[in-house]
Design a protein around this ligand. Structure first.
Ligand code: SAM
Length: 298
């Protein structure tokens, strides 16, 4: 394989991607040309939404070609185009053969939720002290346990009693929270997501973990649940406040994650008409907020 890399301004990323695609690049990736420097720009998008911008102010694009001649031809053609003005060819280089599967796998080790509760990729042996295990490999959907928001939700499940409960996992991603709830004894579990790939991942991961749950699009969530879990992000969580609260049974628990420490007050205010949210856990600047729905509430 041969890698053609170039640098370009943000407004050229789209046209260059299309051109490289048309020139038979096997893949095109874009990254911040200023990554790892003080000029690095953070670009965040909401899950399920398109990225906020096509590229960074100064983007580095890397296109992969099967043959060196293909990369050279593409570079000559691109440099002859008007839209290449302001762009710079960084070079063409051969990529050494690698065992990509082994390399990827080596980046995912077992993750500890509590000393007894672990998330273990299928290519690893579970640690000896693990009494409760979720088997999960990285896939298309969010939720491998490496993110603090997921771990905090799972810790909450392990430390609170969900046995025999009806549980809703809203924004299920890989299904990891729904599977965790099943492992801790929840019996009727709905896992929903706006992303169909997440629904498919959840079904496959539930099967691999031998747990029973129902996965589907958000309309699948119906009626009242004793526990509602939602690890999304502060903005959608605020929009979803009436809906999520309407699914919590009186006396039931609402568990929210994907919230930064500084967003605690805005979340409390958004949920105040229904429940009183409190910070229940925190890790790396992220917080877990929980509430019990008043027993008399509708
Ligand atoms: C941060 S991931 C969490 C995945 C998993 N529950 C976990 O804890 O690791 C958020 C998930 O919420 C989904 N999502 C975002 N907005 C949503 C919405 N309005 N309704 C349902 N799902 C949503 C995304 O597609 C994504 O899979």
């Amino acid at each position: 394989m041969f890698e053609l890399s170039l640098r370009c301004p943000e407004d050229r990323v789209d046209v260059l991607s299309d051109a490289l695609d048309a020139l038979d690049a096997l893949s095109v990736s874009v990254e911040d040309a200023d990554a790892q420097t003080p000029a690095e720009q953070a670009l965040f998008g909401e899950p399920g939404m398109p990225p906020p911008k096509d590229g960074w102010q100064r983007s580095r694009m890397v296109a992969l070609f099967a043959q060196e001649s293909g990369a050279q031809e593409a570079s000559a053609l691109l440099q002859a185009q008007d839209f290449f003005e302001g762009c710079r060819l960084l070079g063409i280089q051969a990529i050494a053969e690698q065992d990509w599967v082994r390399l990827t796998q080596s980046q995912f080790a077992p993750v500890e939720v509590t000393p007894e509760f672990w998330i273990v990729p299928t290519w690893h042996e579970p640690p000896a002290q693990a009494h409760q295990i979720i088997r999960l490999d990285p896939g298309l959907a969010f939720g491998t346990g490496t993110h603090p928001t997921t771990r905090m939700c799972l810790r909450w499940i392990a430390r609170n009693n969900v046995k025999d409960q009806r549980v809703l996992d809203y924004g299920c991603g890989s299904g990891i929270l729904a599977i965790g709830a099943a492992k801790y004894g929840a019996t009727r579990i709905d896992a929903v997501d706006i992303d169909e790939a997440a629904v498919t991942s959840t079904v496959l991961n539930a099967e691999a973990n031998h747990v029973v749950l129902t996965a589907g699009l958000p309309e699948q969530a119906q009626g009242l649940y004793q526990t509602v879990l939602a690890n999304i992000l502060a903005t959608p969580l605020k929009v979803l406040a009436p809906l999520l609260c309407s699914h919590v049974e009186a006396g039931g628990a609402l568990v929210l994650a994907g919230i930064l420490e500084r967003q605690a007050d805005e979340l409390k205010a958004a949920y105040a008409p229904w429940v009183q949210l409190e910070v229940a856990d925190s890790e790396d600047g992220w917080i877990l907020m929980t509430a019990q729905k008043p027993a008399s509430a509708a």
